[in-house]
Design a protein around this ligand. Structure first.
Ligand code: KG4
Length: 328
């Protein structure tokens, strides 16, 4: 069978990323231009600045991805692109570029849901992984438990009712003055701390989450006691949120009887969360998590998800639009 070369494009937030992937799972190149140093000046992503930087970078990043993959533009079989969820201006840059490329090359355009992309990152790390499984999806914009029934078939089992878990990490980091992006900084500092501080955990009867209560509790504690041990606070925060994640995933396993759990999204790079989920293996659960470089935004995961959309006949056309609040 002929190889299928997919070019993936990702520009939903503050990373301009382009990747070339062969047959869905073999990464030939994975180029990421991050804007983190630019947005750090403002303490968070500034949408207008993100869009402008995507425009400046998209062409060079694409050419670099083609070069590193050692292919020519004509070798591309499919152009896959994130069309949501994300910042609308940022999404539109990648989407417009992908449409132009698809039209110029006369190759199919495939729209990819960014969340599906995060899930697909695991197919690159684990060549043997196939659906069906449960996915604990944890990013800056989403926190969900997803039943992945097939490569393009998903059922949402639970979701956050307020803040995404990544948002809570970033907010905690900002309040205790660790800077942006907060998640990795909280992770690092927590490694020096002890979980000595009691923090509230929110439980629901179903598989939903809520992280606004614990976020506010951390903020209040720090305001009342600015000399509080920050490492202990970070560790206590991580421990409390992780307990809720594990509790809900255990409920999901009981409800569905699916014994494979896959992590996805930027927060799955967290060392404490990774370790705690690995403990589930002692209970007979298979646990998978993307390699670190594929946890946060990248285009290899978009090319991978795009490939599975393509072989399942999910092909878009040039009327494809950006959908900032796209759901699974
Ligand atoms: O998946 P992602 O790159 O972007 C979205 O699609 O949202 O996730 C970004 C989020 C940010 O909130 C960032 O702080 C968090 O992932 N993050 C982490 C870690 N690395 C990234 N959170 C906790 N621990 C980490 N090591």
């Amino acid at each position: 069978m002929k190889d299928i070369i997919t070019l993936g494009i990702e520009s939903s937030c503050d990373e301009t990323a382009v990747s070339v992937v062969k047959n869905g799972r073999e990464v030939l190149s994975n180029v990421i231009n991050t804007q983190i140093p630019i947005h750090t000046l403002y303490g968070g992503v500034v949408p207008e600045i993100a869009s402008r930087n995507h425009i400046q970078n998209i062409s060079a990043v694409t050419k670099e991805a083609i070069k590193q993959a050692n292919i020519k533009f004509d070798d591309i079989d499919v152009v896959a692109v994130t069309y949501g969820p994300g910042l609308v201006g940022a999404l539109l840059v990648g989407l417009s570029y992908a449409k132009a490329l698809s039209y110029a090359l006369q190759k199919p355009l495939v729209g990819v849901n960014h969340i599906e992309g995060h899930i697909a990152a695991n197919y690159i790390t684990y060549k043997e992984l196939e659906p069906e499984f449960l996915c604990m999806m944890m990013s800056g914009g989403n926190t969900q438990i997803v039943q992945v029934k097939d490569y393009t078939q998903f059922e949402l089992l639970g979701k956050t009712r307020d803040d995404a878990i990544g948002e809570a990490f970033d907010k905690v980091a900002r309040v205790i003055e660790l800077g942006y992006p907060g998640g990795p900084k909280v992770d690092k500092l927590a490694q020096e701390g002890k979980p000595t501080i009691e923090l509230p955990k929110t439980h629901f009867d179903n598989l939903d989450f809520s992280f606004s209560g614990i976020k506010t509790a951390v903020i209040n504690l720090h305001h009342k006691n600015p000399d509080i041990n920050k490492a202990d606070l970070c560790k206590s925060f991580e421990k409390s949120v992780t307990e809720v994640l594990i509790e809900n995933i255990k409920k999901a396993i009981d409800i569905t009887n699916i014994k494979t759990v896959v992590l996805a999204g930027g927060v799955s790079a967290n060392s404490y969360i990774r370790n705690e989920f690995l403990q589930l293996q002692n209970k007979g659960i298979n646990v998978y998590m993307p390699e670190m470089a594929l946890c946060t935004d990248n285009a290899a995961m978009i090319a991978c998800a795009g490939y599975y959309n393509y072989i399942n006949g999910k092909i878009s056309d040039l009327s494809l639009n950006a959908i900032p609040d796209l759901k699974l």
